[in-house]
Design a protein around this ligand. Structure first.
Ligand SMILES: NC(=O)c1ccc[n+]([C@@H]2O[C@H](COP(=O)([O-])OP(=O)(O)OC[C@H]3O[C@@H](n4cnc5c(N)ncnc54)[C@H](O)[C@@H]3O)[C@@H](O)[C@H]2O)c1
Length: 312
């Protein structure tokens, strides 16, 4: 008989955390989840997760880290615009909170910590596709992720904590947070088009983004648990393809059979013109993305039709 393994996810009520919890439960793991519900929502936490409404900065999280095989640390203040307005809280959550999670993992003798960095670390680089070495953060959000990275390195060096850092590009899929003031563009396009409204494009629509479907990201999450080659390393998680905002708009309009022209508004400040991941590091340990843009969009559209637009 094999023993059931236990994983803990911070940020479990958020987009990536809730999708990861689903996947781990379906693979037979016991899943403990932490979230303070500042951005995430309780209804999003999959049934079967042992949920604790806690803040990652609190010492109350420590007992939960005992006898945990692995931790996925995803909780963060991650809206770049909000982080710019409040650098102090950004540091408090993304730096102090992250150190608290590393400390809880050390005390609990957690086997492995897999944690979220971001492609925002490449804000100041123009090298395309961008490899992991091009770290030039510019925003407060990216700087806070850089600090987390330095602490992970120190925990590895001084306490032997096994960590893997993941630099997500634009992750998309079911449960993306569509309630934000400026929601992720795919959800916004789908919701507006389904409601017969004119979607908004900020700028000319020529900005390009590397989109990666959440299931592909979860494949790598799972791999990091047991693959010692990933210990102490950092990986870009993108598709290695970049699409313009207009490409995405046209793909969604085609899949929905809608012929509505978008409205254009002034560009949002501080947004990169292009993001494009060099994914050779993740490929070198056997991972590759499998979900095509159309397949991923169809899954996202189905979720919005069934679960979002049916809500009162
Ligand atoms: N989604 C992407 O495309 C993307 C890209 C790059 C990096 N990331 C990183 O991946 C991680 C997950 O992103 P996501 O898209 O799922 O974000 P999300 O906002 O949907 O989820 C984050 C969750 O963390 C929770 N949280 C925030 N502060 C907390 C605190 N102090 N204590 C406890 N919980 C707290 C929120 O309530 C939310 O449920 C984040 O660290 C983010 O910076 C995401």
């Amino acid at each position: 008989m094999t023993t059931q393994r236990t994983v803990l996810i911070t940020g479990v009520a958020g987009f990536i955390g809730s999708n990861l919890a689903d996947r781990l439960l379906s693979e037979g793991f016991r899943v403990i989840g932490i979230d303070n519900l500042s951005y995430g929502v309780l209804e999003q936490v999959p049934e079967g997760v042992e949920f604790h409404k806690l803040d990652i900065r609190s010492s109350e999280i420590y007992p939960l880290f005992n006898q945990v095989d692995a931790v996925y640390h995803l909780a963060a203040k991650n809206c770049i615009a909000d982080c710019q307005i409040d650098p102090l809280e950004t540091s408090d959550i993304n730096v102090t909170g992250t150190v608290n999670v590393f400390e809880a993992s050390r005390r609990g003798q957690v086997g492995k910590v897999i944690y979220a960095e971001s492609s925002a670390l490449y804000e100041g680089s123009s090298v395309m596709p961008t490899p992991e070495s091009e770290v030039y953060p510019q925003s407060f959000y990216a700087v806070s992720k850089l600090a987390g990275m330095a602490f992970a390195e120190a925990y590895r060096r001084f306490y032997g904590l096994r960590t893997t850092a993941l630099r997500y590009f634009c992750v998309y899929g079911p449960r993306q947070d569509y309630r934000r003031t400026i929601p992720p563009l795919m959800s916004a396009f789908v919701i507006n088009l389904l409601q017969g409204k004119q979607p908004t494009i900020y700028g000319t629509g020529e900005k390009r983004r590397d989109f990666i479907y959440v299931d592909d990201v979860n494949d790598f999450h799972l791999q990091c648990l047991d693959d010692p080659r990933t210990d102490g390393n950092v990986y870009n998680l993108g598709s290695g393809i970049s699409y313009s905002v207009l490409d995405i708009y046209k793909a969604i309009a085609r899949l929905l059979g809608k012929d509505i022209q978008p409205q254009f508004k002034p560009d949002l400040p501080g947004e990169a013109d292009v993001t494009l991941a060099d994914i050779s590091a993740a490929r070198s340990v056997g991972w590759s993305p499998h979900v095509s843009l159309d397949e991923g969009l169809i899954q996202s559209i189905t979720f919005i039709k069934d679960k979002v637009l049916t809500q009162p």
